[in-house]
Design a protein around this ligand. Structure first.
Ligand code: GSH
Length: 207
């Protein structure tokens, strides 16, 4: 750090990085972009892919939420103990991204017609994470301390618990993971904060 996040006033694609920074004891600043301002196009034109979030680390600017998580992982020793652990962490982060994309598609494109089908199919995705978590036995996806993939999984699971409060009932390792992550003191303080609670999960108000 010092880090600055530029993003819209939602949890969205910044949920995981905020939880990660909070847990790592890293302070950060927020620049909240109003969507009407964004539509004027000036800021968009400066973004590498025309989208937010942006993370600034001193004079260094980075886009793509998962690249930001990886950067934080490198800076905060949350990217495994060797090359193989790092590769497994990348794999799990990409697996979380696949689930996140399905969730976002349902929320933004087919909430009314697709929510029930999505929830019915959810165990077929969660069981993969359950298996990895159960096999590793440390309470984390890879190795014996949290990596950026754990923060991303944790955040996506919190969103799914809002969508369907019973969705982890048949997945004991994931349920215990969410309970333990939520109880980590710095995460608990962050999740209890107004700064976190005031933000909607998604930009269209659906959850
Ligand atoms: N793959 C990108 C990431 O992970 O950061 C996706 C970024 C993205 O979809 N950004 C959206 C955005 O900037 C908000 S979550 N939308 C406004 C626009 O495209 O003009």
């Amino acid at each position: 750090g010092p880090y600055t996040i530029t993003y819209f006033g939602v949890r969205g694609r910044c949920g995981a990085m905020r939880i990660m920074m909070a847990d790592q004891g890293q302070e950060w600043k927020e620049i909240v972009v109003d969507f009407a301002d964004w539509m004027k196009g000036d800021l968009k034109a400066t973004c590498v892919f025309g989208q937010l979030p942006k993370l600034e680390d001193g004079g260094f600017a980075l886009y793509q939420s998962n690249a930001i998580l990886r950067h934080l992982g490198r800076n905060h020793d949350a990217y495994g103990k060797d090359g193989k652990e790092a590769a497994l962490i990348d794999m799990m982060c990409d697996g979380v991204e696949d689930l996140r994309l399905k969730y976002v598609k349902m929320i933004y494109q087919e909430y009314d017609t697709g929510k029930d089908v999505y929830i019915k199919d959810l165990p077929n995705h969660l069981d993969k994470f359950e298996a990895v978590m159960a096999k590793n036995k440390t309470g984390f996806l890879v190795g014996d301390k949290p990596s950026f993939a754990d923060y991303s999984l944790f955040e996506v699971l919190l969103n799914h618990l809002v969508l369907c409060s019973s969705c982890l009932d048949t997945f004991p390792s994931l349920k215990s993971f969410v309970e333990k992550m939520s109880a980590r003191p710095k995460i608990k303080t962050f999740l209890d904060s107004e700064a976190y609670k005031k933000l909607p999960i998604n930009g269209n108000g659906k959850q």
